[in-house]
Design a protein around this ligand. Structure first.
Ligand SMILES: [Fe+2]
Length: 212
């Protein structure tokens, strides 16, 4: 991946206002080798609670929900969630992937919301049938003062330099991006990642995409 900008003018209308998909956000390196990137979408703060509310509604609809053992429900088909706030973040995820991979016409393999509740977690994994993965934080849930790793998204992969500060190819350090509501990551889909057990009580919510 190498980050390349391109002009884009598309917008999504929310409450009568046209919100630009690409607002020239500050793009930060999550890792330099391999290149992975992070954006904080500060203008999503007004919209994240609406996305969270919609996810909790759709959780009750079996057409959208797939229950993962230990990890909680996945809310499928973000393009059918029916609210412009979800459309906006979906467009931003596609644009972020497009620019990170210099692919002008990305396709989404799968996209889903995650709702994690107390003691739920995600095992280490990578994704097949795609090039890049995007993760967006809707709500971090509760902070646990006794467990700073609660619900933390983590990358552990011997190909990531930041994970191997002592000896190349040997993982001795977790790469833990500072994710808050509005944070979006993009990384190669073959990179191994997981989510630490969440020990808060308010639902922790994220959205993920696999694209190629
Ligand atoms: Fe994943």
């Amino acid at each position: 991946m190498s980050f390349q900008r391109k002009k884009m003018q598309e917008s999504v209308t929310i409450d009568g206002a046209d919100i630009s998909v690409w607002t020239e956000p500050q793009v930060m390196h999550l890792s330099r080798s391999p290149a992975m990137f992070m954006i904080n979408w500060n203008d999503m703060h007004d919209f994240n609670h609406r996305i969270a509310k919609r996810m909790l509604e759709l959780e009750q609809d079996e057409k959208f929900t797939h229950l993962m053992p230990n990890a909680g429900p996945k809310i499928k088909n973000i393009h059918k969630w029916g609210i412009p706030e979800a459309e906006l973040i979906h467009e931003r995820a596609m644009e972020f992937f497009s620019q990170a991979t210099a692919n002008p016409r990305p396709t989404v393999d799968v996209a889903w919301g995650n709702i994690n509740r107390h003691r739920q977690y995600l095992n280490p994994h990578s994704h097949t049938n795609c090039v890049g993965s995007v993760v967006y934080c809707v709500d971090t849930g509760d902070a646990d003062p006794e467990n700073e790793l609660s619900g933390r998204f983590v990358i552990v992969d011997p190909r990531v330099e930041e994970c191997c500060p002592i000896e190349p190819g040997r993982v001795t350090l977790e790469l833990t991006p500072d994710m808050k509501p509005g944070t979006m990551l993009v990384f190669p889909s073959d990179i191994v990642h997981f989510v630490h057990p969440y020990t808060g009580h308010k639902p922790r919510m994220t959205i993920a995409w696999n694209m190629k």
